[in-house]
Design a protein around this ligand. Structure first.
Ligand code: GLN
Length: 272
C-alpha cells in the first residue's frame, strides 16, 4: 500500500528511514525513578517529565535523563539563568502536579490542547508531531482509522492517542502507563493496533526497541508540543523568551539536528 506523503515526510523529518519493523534490541523497562537535578546558578526550576517517551525523554543506562526535550529544557534553563531540576512523574500526574504547584513546569512531549489549556498554560510550540496507527508488520486489514472499528487498541493513559481511540466505535481499549508498554502489548499480539505519537512510535520501531510493528495510513492529527506551566505563572514569559532566543540564535536548530538529523520545520507562534 502506498504510504501517505504526509506520513513519509514526517518519518523523514524524524530521521526514520523505515516504517516497517526493525529487529534486535530489548524493550526498555520504563522506570519512574526520580532522575536527579542539575547543577548551575540561579533559582531552581522544578520540571516534570515522564521519561519513557524517546526520542523526547527517556532514561539512559545510568538512569540519567536523555532526549530532545531534556536538552531543550537544559538550554532554556541556561538561557534564563535558572537551575533545572527534573522530576520524573507518570504522564497523567503531570497536570495535577502543575495545578498543585509541586512542580514549576513540565516538558514531556505534551500536546497543546484547548482542554489542557483550561487548566495549565503552555509555552509557544516547540515540536510538530501527530498521531499514527501502529499494527503488526504482517497485518494487511488495517490501513486507516476506519479499519479500527470494533478492534482492540492499546494506548497510553491520559494522552491525545487515548482520546482519539475513545472516539472510534466499538473498540476495546487497554490503557498503559507508558507508550513503550502499549507498543509492547501490540508486539505481543494482545491487541490489534496502537494509537500514539508518530515520532515516538517510529523511533521505537527504527531503534529496534519494539519488534514486528509498522505504521500505517496517514497521520490522524497534527499536534504541537508545548512546555506546560501552572496557570498564570510568571515563568511562562521567562520560558517563552528563552525559547524564542534559542530559536533565533541557532541553539534550537542544533538540538533538533542532534536528535532528528534534519533542519527543524517552521513552527507557528501559537497552536490554539
Ligand atoms: N503528545 C501526547 C499527549 O500530549 C503524548 C504525550 C506523552 O505520552 N508523553 O497526550
Amino acid at each position: 500500500m502506498k504510504r501517505s506523503v504526509f506520513l513519509r515526510s514526517l518519518a523523514l523529518a524524524f530521521g526514520s528511514a523505515a516504517l516497517v519493523a526493525a529487529c534486535g534490541g530489548e524493550t526498555p523497562a520504563p522506570d519512574d525513578a526520580a532522575a536527579g537535578g542539575e547543577t548551575g546558578s540561579g533559582e531552581v526550576l522544578r520540571v516534570a517529565t515522564e521519561p519513557a517517551f524517546p526520542p523526547f525523554e527517556s532514561q539512559g543506562p545510568d538512569g540519567d535523563l536523555v532526549g530532545f526535550d531534556i536538552d531543550l529544557m537544559r538550554a532554556i534553563g541556561e538561557e534564563a539563568g535558572r537551575e533545572i531540576q527534573f522530576e520524573s512523574l507518570p504522564f497523567d500526574g503531570i497536570i495535577p502536579a502543575l495545578q498543585a504547584g509541586t512542580v514549576d513546569a513540565a516538558i514531556s512531549g505534551m500536546t497543546i490542547t484547548e482542554e489542557r489549556a483550561q487548566t495549565v498554560d503552555f509555552s509557544r510550540p516547540y515540536i510538530k508531531a501527530g498521531l499514527a496507527i501502529a499494527v503488526p508488520a504482517d497485518n494487511t486489514d488495517i490501513t486507516s482509522i476506519g479499519d479500527l472499528e470494533n478492534k482492540k487498541i492499546a494506548v497510553q493513559i491520559g494522552t491525545t492517542g487515548a482520546s482519539q481511540a475513545a472516539e472510534i466505535p466499538g473498540t476495546e481499549i487497554s490503557t498503559f502507563d507508558s507508550a513503550p508498554l502499549a507498543l509492547q502489548e501490540l508486539a505481543n499480539g494482545n491487541v490489534d493496533a496502537v494509537i500514539n505519537d508518530a515520532p515516538v512510535t517510529l523511533d521505537a520501531i527504527e531503534s529496534g526497541n519494539i519488534e514486528g510493528l509498522k505504521v500505517v495510513g496517514e497521520l490522524l492529527t497534527e499536534e504541537f508540543y508545548g512546555i506546560a506551566l501552572p496557570k498564570n505563572s510568571d515563568t511562562v514569559a521567562i520560558v517563552n523568551d528563552a525559547l524564542t532566543t534559542l530559536m533565533e540564535n541557532g541553539t534550537y536548530a542544533e538540538i533538533y539536528q542532534k536528535w532528528f538529523g534534519t533542519e527543524p520545520p517552521e513552527l507557528p507562534e501559537s497552536a490554539l
